[in-house]
Design a protein around this ligand. Sequence first.
Ligand code: CU
Length: 309
Amino acid sequence: MLRFRLFAMVFLVTVLAFVVATLGCSGDKKDGGGGGPSDTGKEPTPAGKKTALEVKEYATIKGRVTYDGEPPDPGKITSREDFQKHDDKAKCEEAPEDLVGQAWKVSADKGVADVVIWVKPPEGKYFPIPPNDKKTWKEKPELDQPHCAFHPHVQVLYPEDAEGHKTGQKFTVVNNSKNLNHNTKWSGGPKNSAGNQNIPPGKTIPIEFHPDRAPVEFQCDFHKWMNAYAWVFDHPYAAVTDKDGKYEIKNVPAGVKLQIIAWHEGANSGAATLDQGFVLPEGKGSRNGKDLGELKKDEVRKEDFKLKK
Ligand SMILES: [Cu+2]
């Protein structure tokens, strides 16, 4: 019975997809075939292939993330036994800001840094690469390790869209320290294979990541307290909160239904995916996001979030 229903559903969707494809045949078809990479790694969805959203107008989303209650103590790296015994101790101490726990950076008025905020397109749709004059992403984002912490601790990347078209963004891990060796390892979701490299001072390694449902985490095997995160999106509508907990996402598509969602590594142990953020939007919303409806052209929408450990 279940099998029949499933079959019927798949059949229906296939027919529907064909009808839609035929109706929407306007000549601007993407790469005609050749068996390119399909949507592996995702839950089987009967929605078929995603279609590009048509975007003509743009808006801005901005706001602030604050800690709800008494913020956690970030802790000190210097209280670790492995730090105290480490050969690099003196070199690490040259950067006092790196000796504080990097996960919880909360300002005096409770703004939380390093929260990732992003928007989601409607089901079955994806955001195409924006035109050049709407470009907001960095061309050459870096992950540096000048002393004994990664900088930035959290970042967002946009190497390609949902169809695999490249944006031109080139990500590298660098070591701009004078005299520290790092051993950088990384692991992420199903679309990004794990890796590990020795990075002596002055060395740069390019890494090609793909949009994925979970963030990539970096660690250093020489300095076990070092870690960092990169969320890899298939669109540029994502931001990381600054030291005051503020964020701004510019050139967000207007006139299309959007959802907003947020993540922080310390909220629910960071165990979040693209669809579960664990940082709560203010107003009507859940860990799974908040409906924004359609933004108007040039609108500046304010969306704040509350965060608990
Ligand atoms: Cu290191």
